[in-house]
Design a protein around this ligand. Structure first.
Ligand code: 4AD
Ligand code: MG
Length: 432
């Protein structure tokens, strides 16, 4: 039987009309002669009212049987209701039950995080988790829109790779028939090849890091967006990044007002996120940290507390530029005026969310690249194809990687990245 179903988010188009929706019971309360059903269908939430004196006996009884997460078809009249959050209410005329479950494991009472993570497949139905996943989807939409409107082509780098991009300490190893292979840490090296073929490109894919760190910012499997641009230098690279991040934030504000409200996100902090973003050098950051009681020396990398201390000075994301060559990846281009630092930047999100972007101008000189390979003890055999890019029509080029989950955590105002991805892969968690 085919039903002409409506979605909850579209009920405003059926004011005073009759609709049928396929839905689940989120919650229920009763006052003897009236039952209030909180319904959800994925597109939204709506309250449905069943009045005993106005419906056939079997409809009243069906409503009485419903338990949390019962699946059903509800038919009713759409009433405007200024008191309800959605602005509309459903006056029920018919109920057709699909399933009435018992003992749904997630009740409105508080559960511990481990318990919720074990039930992640059900937890995502909750209004809060739904809101996060809707915002994540909007962020993805905004990212694609940004690049597609600016002449970038989407390119997919491989997931299984013969060599590393971001160092060898956190590689996931697997067998590739008789060879060794690794799950990709970053598509960057391949995106550099793609930029030489298509000019401006971006990738959007899963990346893997066997990080033994258990922090609120680290996932084992996370999604990265990696643009790479031929003929673009360090300075322009930063301009693309600040426009990109502003676009994402403004797009979420425009399209996800309800979801941000569910999360009780302070949106005034987000409204402010408009390019340009402040920039400080690594040297200035070190000076500031030292002056504020942190024990750190030039040449050391920043930890989370350092990033937070720096970010707290600003109400926008801040770029930290020109890190010491020693502590950054082999492919970053040294500053021609000061080769002990590289033309790179990390973008640190406000409100303590840490680094959301890492990027740089890349070495384009073939001799220097060869030197770096020797210094970093990288196999010229394994990377011959990458060295080819510097041999055949090398040009200045730059790119960056945005971590999707950290961006979602920041925009949603979440304590931990585990809630930013449908099924998080964490240290000690592979289920469900
Ligand atoms: O700074 P990263 O390691 O940079 C790269 O991989 C470059 N190859 C990118 C490029 O230039 N194309 O990672 C980029 C971003 C970080 O800023 C962070 O947002 C995110 O990826 N990230 C993680 N997110 C969640 N869990 C982890 N374990 C992450 N590691 C990095
Ligand atoms: Mg980084």
């Amino acid at each position: 039987m085919s039903r002409n179903l409506s979605m909850i988010r579209d009920v405003d188009q059926h004011k005073d009309g009759t609709v049928t929706i396929g839905c689940w019971l989120h919650n229920k309360r009763s006052s003897g002669k009236i039952q209030f059903l909180q319904l959800r269908d994925g597109s939204g939430f709506i309250q449905a009212v069943v009045v005993k004196s106005e419906v056939p006996e079997e409809v009243w009884e069906a409503a009485g049987k419903l338990t949390q997460e019962s699946s059903l078809y509800v038919t009713g009249t759409v009433r405007e209701d200024t008191r309800s959050k959605s602005g509309y209410e459903l006056t029920v005329t018919g109920i057709e039950i699909i399933q009435v479950p018992t003992d749904y494991p997630i009740t409105p009472k508080e559960h511990g995080v481990d318990y919720l993570m074990d039930h992640r497949h059900l937890w995502i139905r909750s209004p809060r988790q739904r809101a996060i996943l809707v915002i994540r989807a909007q962020i993805i939409r905004a990212i694609q829109q940004f690049f597609d409107e600016r002449g970038f082509h989407l390119v997919d780098p491989p997931i299984l790779t013969p060599s590393s991009c971001e160092g060898t300490t956190n590689l996931f190893h697997t067998k590739y028939f008789d060879e060794d292979a690794f799950l990709t840490q970053s598509g960057q090296l391949y995106m550099e090849a793609a930029a030489m073929a298509l000019g401006r490109v971006y990738s959007f894919g899963p990346t893997f890091r066997a990080e033994k760190s258990k922090t609120r910012r680290h996932l084992i499997e996370f999604w990265m967006i990696e643009p790479e641009m031929a003929f673009v230098t360090h300075e322009e690279n930063l301009e693309v990044q600040e426009q990109f991040v502003s676009h994402i934030v403004q797009s979420v504000l425009e399209n996800c007002g309800k979801e941000l409200e569910v999360l009780e996100r302070d949106t005034s902090k987000l409204r402010n996120i408009q390019a340009p973003f402040p920039r400080i050098t690594y040297d200035e950051a070190i000076q500031f940290l030292k002056a504020n009681g942190h024990e750190i020396e030039w040449g050391e990398d920043f930890g989370a507390p350092h990033e937070t201390a720096i970010a707290e000075k600003y109400d926008k994301p801040v770029f930290i530029t020109h890190y010491p060559t020693e502590i950054k990846a082999f492919y970053m281009k040294p500053d021609p005026n000061r080769p002990e630092v590289v033309l790179c930047a990390d973008m640190i999100a406000p409100e303590g969310y840490g680094e959301i972007i890492g990027g740089s101008q890349r070495i384009d000189d073939p001799d220097l690249m060869e030197e770096r390979f020797t210094e970093h003890q990288l196999s010229k055999e394994a990377y011959q194809w990458y060295l080819d890019l510097r041999k055949y029509g090398s040009v200045p080029h730059s790119g960056f990687g945005l971590g999707l989950e950290r961006t979602v955590a920041w925009i949603c105002g979440l304590d931990h990245v585990r809630e930013t991805i449908p099924f998080p892969r964490l240290l000690y968690r592979l289920y469900p």
